[in-house]
Design a protein around this ligand. Sequence first.
Ligand SMILES: NC(=O)c1ccc[n+]([C@@H]2O[C@H](COP(=O)([O-])OP(=O)(O)OC[C@H]3O[C@@H](n4cnc5c(N)ncnc54)[C@H](OP(=O)(O)O)[C@@H]3O)[C@@H](O)[C@H]2O)c1
Length: 279
Amino acid sequence: MGYCGGELARQALSGGHEVWGVRRGPEFPQGVRGVRLDLTSPEADLSPLPESADAIVYAVGAGAHDEASYERAYVAGLRRTLEHYERSLSERRTRLLFTSSTAVFGASEGWLDEESPADADTFSARILRRAEELTEQVGGTVLRLGGIYGPGRASMVGRIQRGELSSDSAPDRYTNRIHRDDVAGALLHLCALPAPAPLYLGVDEDPARLVEVVRWLEGRLTSDGRLPAAAGTAPRLPAKRARQVASKRCSSALLRAHGYCFRFPTFREGYAELLRASV
Ligand SMILES: NC(=O)c1ccc[n+]([C@@H]2O[C@H](COP(=O)([O-])OP(=O)(O)OC[C@H]3O[C@@H](n4cnc5c(N)ncnc54)[C@H](OP(=O)(O)O)[C@@H]3O)[C@@H](O)[C@H]2O)c1
């Protein structure tokens, strides 16, 4: 019940569903039946949760970028959840959705889709792949997400305003992103889809180059008077263009072919909404 889970709960509640949420912390969106527990603890008592559910969305975050945290959050916690719902999952009364990451792809260039090899040689990718396999074993569906942005998670705007990032310094590489509301919308769509595929890529329709995103934001911020006119052309902090890193382009064509319609099809709609809301 975090950033995406909370929004999923709000969307599901407004669609008339009953929503239960799990987290260690105390805050749950209004209307959610919240259960506070640590899913990674062997003593975790899941008995307050219902014995069955139409869908379980496992969107737990690791909290830290180290092997032990990833292992706990993505494998141990997921196993514990699968144990609790073993019966309803095996009888296919419950559908499991798991939020993975496009970081499982090792390729650094070109277009990627659900058929592309997920061969990144990092601990995080290996652990996520194991969690994906656990999901596949119970007939669940994996949604591999790109970088999530949205309300409260738009640090790029502040970095541009502070002169830490500009179109002169931004890397000229492709980037894959998805607005939080589309993460939630896509998950809810997959909860209800009669026969979802085992795997989807969860990214918007435009894996734009980072420099293009930054240039567009500079233009908007300048015309709003929130950035001095010359700021976009004269980098203040980073003097050199950043080193070229992964520049893959992920495609969400399958998700769209299976009926999901993006609220924010590209960064332009998503950031325009965020800038409007922060005026
Ligand atoms: N952020 C990105 O750009 C990105 C990109 C690709 C994939 N993803 C994946 O997308 C998913 C959703 O991301 P998000 O940004 O919504 O994550 P988030 O805001 O960090 O939410 C994670 C939730 O998991 C809960 N949680 C963590 N450990 C737990 C435990 N041991 N027991 C019970 N609950 C636990 C947290 O609550 P408590 O701390 O209160 O327990 C929190 O509610 C995650 O799986 C993430 O790895 C994210």
